[in-house]
Write a protein that binds this ligand. Structure first.
Ligand SMILES: [Zn+2]
Ligand SMILES: [Zn+2]
Ligand SMILES: [Zn+2]
Length: 107
């Protein structure tokens, strides 16, 4: 049985007519033209999950992550608010708070 699902071939956002090779589908199943899709959504650099732009977490280099991937890779120093890459940088945990090496070793 081949079931053909009829798509309304219009962009959800701007209403422009789009063909199947041009459209982008959000995880909710809405269709967007390329312009509107990239206006609205980004994908996590680590797990590739689709995110609304408002939900993205940016690292200091401007790479976007979903919240859980961001906290897998980065934390912030309680003291100076600097971003710490937990995979490559040494940091300290003091009473459950994270501190960069600089803040701990200088004081
Ligand atoms: Zn559009
Ligand atoms: Zn992610
Ligand atoms: Zn610090």
């Amino acid at each position: 049985m081949n079931e053909i699902i009829e798509h309304e071939s219009k962009c959800t956002e701007c209403g422009e007519r789009i063909t199947p090779d041009e459209w982008y589908t959000s995880d909710d199943g809405d269709l967007y033209c390329a312009g509107c899709y990239f206006e609205k959504f980004v994908s996590c650099a680590q797990c590739n999950k689709e995110l609304y732009k408002e939900e993205q977490m940016l690292n200091d280099e401007g790479t976007c992550y979903c919240e859980s991937c961001y906290y897998d890779n980065y934390t912030r120093c309680e003291d100076c608010d600097r971003e710490i890459d937990v995979n490559t940088e040494t940091y300290y945990v003091v009473k459950g708070e994270h501190y960069c090496r600089h803040c701990v070793e200088v004081k």
